[in-house]
Design a protein around this ligand. Structure first.
Ligand SMILES: NC(=O)c1ccc[n+]([C@@H]2O[C@H](COP(=O)([O-])OP(=O)(O)OC[C@H]3O[C@@H](n4cnc5c(N)ncnc54)[C@H](O)[C@@H]3O)[C@@H](O)[C@H]2O)c1
Length: 283
């Protein structure tokens, strides 16, 4: 398949670029910063905030994988993050629909639920929760992800392009996930609080790439977004104990066994079947 990849210089983009090439796909890669890519990859540098640049990309492809966004509220002012993530994505979606690309896969985020970056401590209303948990934002990174999901819905109504949004959790290398877990275990205050805010969810970069490959293989229809993350946590204690300590107001609809994640990914599993394989090894 021929795939147009945005955000190719980034953490997830680099892994997906490597995986797509290794799987024999033809890749057209872009980012607003310089990046290195294998000789077979046609690459370009430019800002998706420019509609002219977005429209100049090679949309003569089977799929777009869109990761080119600021990945947290720490990446700039509220206004800048919102503007960058929403308008860059809008330009890309519009051009993909105009050029009749069959499928656009894009990164949403578990931050959309609002616990990760809230100023006041925020807990999920209930667990386990699926994609229907009400969104409760505090800042514009989460809001940008919601707007982009609605934008995908609109563009899917307007054309023949299908959209799949992946609500990624904290995504990183095995080493970084292990390091984060170790710091929580050692009681590092900041990491412990961050862990509770991101609900102890994680996804190994290799599984993020496999998720994208699975969508490319199975295809898509309409517009849908899915929670997509490891089935367990990297927390130091079982999930029910962690919830009681950090999110005591959360209603537990079904008790969670052992280290099971509190996020329900069954919608993803039902449609795409792929279960993350690179799981945290508890020492
Ligand atoms: N890494 C995570 O833990 C995580 C979790 C949830 C969601 N996500 C989402 O996944 C995507 C990729 O995240 P990442 O962790 O690889 O981030 P990253 O910052 O490492 O990579 C993002 C890339 O996008 C590029 N970019 C940003 N704005 C752009 C623009 N206007 N035009 C062109 N390129 C632009 C940046 O230069 C960067 O190389 C983002 O949409 C992010 O919100 C990431």
């Amino acid at each position: 398949m021929k795939v147009l990849l945005t955000g190719a210089a980034g953490l997830i983009g680099k892994e997906i670029l490597k995986t797509l090439v290794a799987e024999g796909h033809e890749v057209v890669a872009t980012d607003r910063v310089q990046f290195s890519a294998p000789a077979s990859v046609k690459s370009s540098v430019g800002d998706l905030m420019s509609i002219e640049f977005a429209e100049s990309l090679d949309f003569d492809c089977d799929a777009v994988v869109h990761l080119g966004s600021v990945p947290s509220p720490l990446g700039g002012s509220d206004e800048m993050v919102f503007h960058n993530n929403v308008m860059g994505t809008y330009h890309l979606f519009a051009a993909a629909v105009e050029k009749k690309v069959p499928v656009v896969i894009y990164a949403s985020s578990l931050s959309i639920y609002g616990t990760a970056w809230s100023g006041p401590w925020t807990s999920p209303e209930y667990v386990p929760f699926d994609e229907n948990l009400p969104l409760n934002h505090y800042e514009s990174y989460a809001l940008s992800k919601e707007v982009n999901e609605r934008s995908a819905d609109m563009w899917a109504n307007r054309g023949e392009t299908a959209f799949v949004g992946l609500r990624f959790p904290y995504c990183n290398s095995e080493a970084a996930i292990n390091d984060f877990a170790e710091k929580m275990k050692q009681g590092d205050k900041e990491t412990v609080l961050t862990g509770a805010k991101i609900l102890w969810c994680y996804l190994d970069l290799r599984d993020a790439a496999q998720g994208v490959l699975t969508i490319l293989k199975k295809g898509a229809k309409g517009s849908a977004t899915y929670n997509f993350l490891a089935p367990d946590t990297n927390a130091p204690k079982p999930t029910m104990e962690m919830l009681a300590e950090f999110h005591p107001t959360t209603k537990v609809n079904t008790p969670l066994p052992g280290y099971a994640t509190i996020v329900d990914c069954s919608a993803w599993e039902k449609v795409y079947g792929y279960k993350p394989k690179h799981l945290f090894k508890r020492g």
